[in-house]
Write a protein that binds this ligand. Sequence first.
Ligand SMILES: Cc1cc2nc3c(=O)[nH]c(=O)nc-3n(C[C@H](O)[C@H](O)[C@H](O)COP(=O)(O)OP(=O)(O)OC[C@H]3O[C@@H](n4cnc5c(N)ncnc54)[C@H](O)[C@@H]3O)c2cc1C
Length: 401
Amino acid sequence: MLAPLAISPARVRSMSQLPAATDILIIGAGPTGLALATALRTAGATPLLIDKQAAGANTSRAAVIHARTLEVLEPLGLVPALLAAGLKVPLFTVREGGRVLASVPFDHLATAFPFTLMCPQDVTEAILLDRLTALGGAVVRPAEAVAVWPGPKGVQVDVVRDGAKATVAARWLVGCDGMHSAARDAAGVPFEGATYPEDFILADVRMDWPLSREEVTLFFSPAGFIMVAPLPEDRFRIVATTETAPAQPDAAFVQAMMDARSLGAGACRITETVWSSRFRIHHRVAATPRAGRILLCGDAAHVHSPAGGQGMNTGIQDAVSLADPLLAAVRTGDEAPLDAWAAARHRVAEGVVSITDKMTRVAAVTSPAARHMRNVALTLVGHIPAAREAIARTLAELDNR
Ligand SMILES: Cc1cc2nc3c(=O)[nH]c(=O)nc-3n(C[C@H](O)[C@H](O)[C@H](O)COP(=O)(O)OP(=O)(O)OC[C@H]3O[C@@H](n4cnc5c(N)ncnc54)[C@H](O)[C@@H]3O)c2cc1C
């Protein structure tokens, strides 16, 4: 059993070094861990943030930032840089070939940010890191948590840095360490769900594209769906499922999918593939985001289909909403707000996994009868303003306020 830890700032030497003890240890400096460290720093705390990678990931991955995420990031001083880097897109459209089945405008949403902001994940992470650094924070890296020992009053974590192992005693541990979370495993929290059978492909391309840069388009087709979203620097993000794909789909592979699934053969011409990836998607939710002194945020707590671009957004919102309850626990010992946070974020995670699963399955329907029913239903819904607004609110995650 661990004794309660009283941490003075003096014991936390340089943030580039590993202290023997800390109030809050965050494992993982992806978007979730960076957002949490920034929120805690903004509130005057000095968490220890470690990551096993020598440098941040430099790939595009999650490219959508939703209105609710911008709302929670605004008090942290992050929004001006994100708006400068990203591309505002105010319209989401579902089409089959050239026919519009439903249009979902974001520009009527009751928010200061009535649009989706397209911004590659590496750029978002760089902006988060810049802000954290400006607040005096840092990522200690490479530093890998190799063992986690939970106790009732704190957590001991063995960390390997520069080839040497050191033990850090943390009063609270936050696992922002992604889908294969060591923190979650150590806490014994089940991560239940399944894996989609298809491959997902992602490609950031340059292409001649006849539709507006102010529209994200989801195309349904007999061969499966394909989504096209504009990105900054005149690029486009393309997402599709397929039975099998090469590990790095090339321009010819993506062109063939676009020809078969979007506006018809020859309607677009891909001139460059900037980045591409094939991956398998899981849909899983941690049984709880709180197990004693271990808390879970982001992909450590939930993974799901990229439909609707909810993944990174939900993780950042987990993190920012954790800062105040965690600080209350550290400063006053009151853990009730943490329990409320855990219950609320578990509900949100279950909702996101459920809705993205439905979206993925509906988009993937291939039988002619089911496709006809889906398209009729969607066209009807698309004509009801209140329904369009409800879809926009859900996608923008404004229901999570
Ligand atoms: C190819 C690809 C495409 C994607 N596309 C989309 C998309 O289009 N839309 C979308 O919403 N989402 C997408 N995602 C998912 C999105 O990238 C994640 O939801 C997001 O990165 C989660 O952030 P996170 O900070 O919770 O976890 P991660 O980004 O996984 O970060 C976890 C961090 O923890 C570190 N870490 C792990 N274990 C340890 C340890 N033991 N010790 C120290 N450090 C550790 C890792 O090095 C990593 O930096 C995609 C993911 C991939 C891989």
